[in-house]
Ligand binder design. Structure first.
Ligand code: SF4
Length: 253
């Protein structure tokens, strides 16, 4: 008897269609390389700190909310006197929008920001007993507080490891092809997938400071970069890493 030809075979049942899986972009780094990148950052900046001055979680929320489209130094100059008179939501409410506006008038968009500072103080008093909440979901309900601000507050005020993606982190994720993404949320998710847990707490500051002082937006300073041999950026100009030493205080963060 002739063997059945493929034509004679009963038609296979079509496999049930699966929902298309969301693809995780492949990155050109091994786990060991990623570990090494963060190990080197940890030697350069053993204890990085945020540059926004604050005295408690409330003043941090205010400072971060004020820092949109403003420099940390500019915000610190304005908040120095403001926080002396109003370091709680209750005192901020008592101060009132007009006075807050006067304190922060050197910061861009100060009118709108003063409005938000008062509105978020009111919400904290009315809905959270005057305490800054610790969860992302609650933090983003505060006026003027987006996901990025909430992440910064969770990390800096409460030590909850998160990764707030700012312009520097977004650029590094894509330029190095280490955590690529079209939006800050995609880059955040990509970094959260690859950063080893034991480096996560400081990773936010390390990446920001690396972007601010070395892997700069217009022209990366690769000859000063401690990860030049590991970096897979098409823009890099050298493969030779800079000496791995702890940096002086002004670029620690
Ligand atoms: S080698 Fe150049 S492009 Fe790569 S991380 Fe360092 S500064 Fe950025």
């Amino acid at each position: 008897m002739d063997k059945p030809t493929p034509k004679d075979k009963p038609p296979k049942k079509a496999a049930p269609r699966k929902a298309p899986a969301k693809r995780t972009p492949r990155i050109p780094y091994t786990r060991a390389e990623i570990e090494e990148i963060f190990r080197r950052f940890s030697i350069q900046r053993p204890e990085p700190k945020g540059e926004l001055a604050h005295v408690n979680p409330f003043t941090l929320v205010v400072a971060v909310a004020l820092s949109a489209q403003a420099t940390d130094a500019g915000v610190n100059k304005a908040t120095k006197d403001l926080f002396r008179v109003a370091d709680t939501p209750q005192k901020m409410l008592a101060l009132g929008e007009e006075r807050v506006r006067e304190y922060i008038r050197t910061i861009g968009l100060y009118r709108n920001k003063a409005k938000n500072v008062i509105a978020l103080s009111r919400k904290l008093v009315e809905d959270f007993g005057g305490e800054v909440p610790r969860s992302l979901e609650e933090l983003v309900t505060l006026p003027g507080v987006g996901r990025k601000t909430a992440n910064v507050v969770m990390s800096m005020a409460f030590g909850i490891p998160t990764l707030a993606v700012d312009t520097h982190i977004f650029r590094i994720g894509n330029r190095l092809r280490i955590a690529p993404g079209k939006t800050p949320d995609e880059v955040e998710a990509a970094f959260m997938r690859i950063i080893p847990d034991h480096w996560l707490y400081h990773a936010h500051h390390w990446l920001i400071l690396h972007g601010r002082y070395c892997c700069k937006a217009r022209k990366p300073e690769c000859e000063r970069c401690v990860i030049a041999d590991l970096c897979k950026s098409k823009e890099k100009t050298t493969d030779i890493p800079a000496p791995l030493v702890e940096l002086p205080a002004q670029v620690i963060g």
